[in-house]
Design a protein around this ligand. Structure first.
Ligand SMILES: Cc1cc2nc3c(=O)[nH]c(=O)nc-3n(C[C@H](O)[C@H](O)[C@H](O)COP(=O)(O)OP(=O)(O)OC[C@H]3O[C@@H](n4cnc5c(N)ncnc54)[C@H](O)[C@@H]3O)c2cc1C
Length: 447
């Protein structure tokens, strides 16, 4: 598709960051050929770091509206995507030598689990190429300047290579270490804008299914997603790549470090020994998995500071730049998709114009910020549940050590835990963004 249009554009949008949020925004905006889009990506290619990603029905609904869902879903060959109750994870209390299965979590349609690179390539494949949607690689934003609030004066972008560009509205989708957020916070007197350490480390790697099968042909991860929960950590595994690979993530919690600053880069190559140190005494099936773990990536999970606003003048933040969260509900990317879709829908509304840009951004902030920040809270709380730190479930560890003498009480507690996890998570499959989109459009019309 060629998104070219020869008439003068309505306005020029600069998207900084070509991750999930930035690309979804471009996809939403390119429905209006009168908007000129420039995507500036720091890396020398659009490449998703990481391994698997899970997407919930709230996100599917948006991807369907953007016409990209079928391509994304096709990356998981057995995926149906209707409302049938579908297994997602089997939950096991795993921090003991013989774990206790306590819940087969099913949700309508399940969770779409794919490789991140597949998700990104599906988004890219749907973006038009042409003068109205330009992609610039190796362009790392250093700073921006909005010298005048007047929409007729441009926002200027300066890149680390010394080059300069101009736009009418700057949308920062530049991830957890966002340069746009840092500058915005500084200018608004809202602190440094730096991310903080969540106190959680994720060890991530891809395990070859055949390797796992050779060691343990009946391993539960070969037939279902598994979540091994326990004190101070949990492990998540699910199949991707058409079942050829197990996506393995082990989260180690060091809550006393929550809110501190990280020294150095958040990601490095870790070792199996580091994972063993935390999980070496866990369930036998975990030990088998650990035999297959090789050179895991060690991610110190950072989160965004809680922002009083996502916007300033004609500059806005979205995705992790706005609300980077702990990944305990598989909802971070989905929330970025929601930001992008709502913001893009407002900007492509027939009444949107150069003059209305600041107002549009304020509406985006008013509608999206409370929702996204609530998702951040829920995600953190889910982590408390998986690690048995929630007040109601703290005695599960003690009950489990009583060698069956408290079996009834333990069973009831684990059942309660399953309900609590479901309740805090169900927004991902029982609700949609539609109401907020309509509300935002009403606000735009009313002003
Ligand atoms: C262990 C783990 C597991 C997760 N699992 C899930 C899951 O299952 N489901 C889910 O929904 N979410 C999950 N998430 C969260 C999800 O990965 C993020 O929320 C999502 O990737 C954020 O997308 P984004 O586009 O906002 O930012 P990013 O993906 O970080 O993209 C930002 C882009 O901006 C570029 N950039 C950065 N700085 C600049 C600059 N100065 N100038 C230009 N470009 C720049 C970067 O190169 C990058 O391409 C997980 C996160 C982690 C850590």
């Amino acid at each position: 598709m060629d998104g070219s249009n020869t008439s003068k554009p309505k306005f020029r949008v600069a998207i900084v960051g070509g991750g999930v949020a930035g690309l979804t925004l471009a996809l939403t905006l390119c429905r209006d050929p009168n908007i000129e889009i420039d995507i500036y990506e720091a890396a020398n290619q659009f490449a998703e770091v990481g391994a698997g990603i899970g997407l919930w029905p709230r996100c599917w609904h948006i991807l369907r509206q953007l016409g990209v869902f079928d391509d994304v879903a096709s990356k998981k060959p057995d995926f149906v995507g209707d409302n049938t109750p579908t297994p997602v994870f089997r939950f096991r209390k795993g921090d003991q030598s013989r774990g206790i299965d306590f819940w087969d979590m099913r949700t309508p349609g399940g969770l779409l689990q794919i490789h991140r690179a597949d998700f990104q390539s599906a988004l890219l494949a749907h973006l038009p190429s042409g003068p109205n949607c330009r992609k610039h690689l190796s362009k790392r934003l250093a700073s921006y300047s909005e010298t005048s609030p007047s929409p007729s004066s441009p926002v200027t972008l300066t890149f680390e290579d010394g080059s300069i560009a101009a736009c009418d509205v700057l949308l920062g989708a530049d991830g957890i270490r966002s340069a746009v957020r840092k500058q915005m916070c500084k200018e608004l007197g809202l602190g440094s804008g730096d991310p903080v350490f969540s106190g959680k480390i994720a060890f991530r790697c891809l395990v070859c299914t055949e390797q796992l099968r050779a060691i343990a042909p009946n391993h539960p991860c070969l037939s279902s997603g598994m979540e091994f929960v326990g004190e101070n950590g949990f492990i998540l595994c699910y199949l991707i790549n058409g079942g050829k690979t197990v996506n393995f993530v082990a989260f180690s919690f060091m809550n006393e470090l929550e809110g501190t600053r990280l020294d150095g880069p958040p990601v490095r190559i870790g070792t199996r020994e580091e994972v063993m140190q935390h999980f070496g005494h866990w369930d036998a099936d975990v030990q088998v998995l650990l035999q297959c773990v090789d050179a895991p990536k060690r991610w110190a999970i950072e989160v965004s500071p809680t922002l009083e606003t996502f916007v300033s003048g004609r500059v806005a933040l979205l995705g992790d730049a706005a609300h980077g969260m702990a990944p305990f509900q598989g909802a971070g990317a989905g929330q970025g998709v929601e930001d992008a879709y709502l913001l893009g829908t407002l900007l492509t509304h027939p009444s949107a114009s150069l003059a209305s840009l600041p107002r549009i951004l304020k509406i985006y902030d008013a509608v999206r910020r409370p929702y996204a920040q609530e998702a951040v809270r829920r995600s953190r709380q889910a982590g408390m549940l998986y690690t048995l730190r929630d007040e109601q479930f703290r005695d599960i560890g003690i009950l489990a050590k009583q060698n069956g003498r408290a079996a009834g009480q333990l069973g009831a507690k684990l059942n309660g835990l399953a309900h609590a996890i479901y309740d805090i998570w169900k927004w991902c499959w029982t609700t949609t963004l539609d109401g907020d989109v309509s509300r935002a459009i009403e606000m735009l019309r009313a002003q």
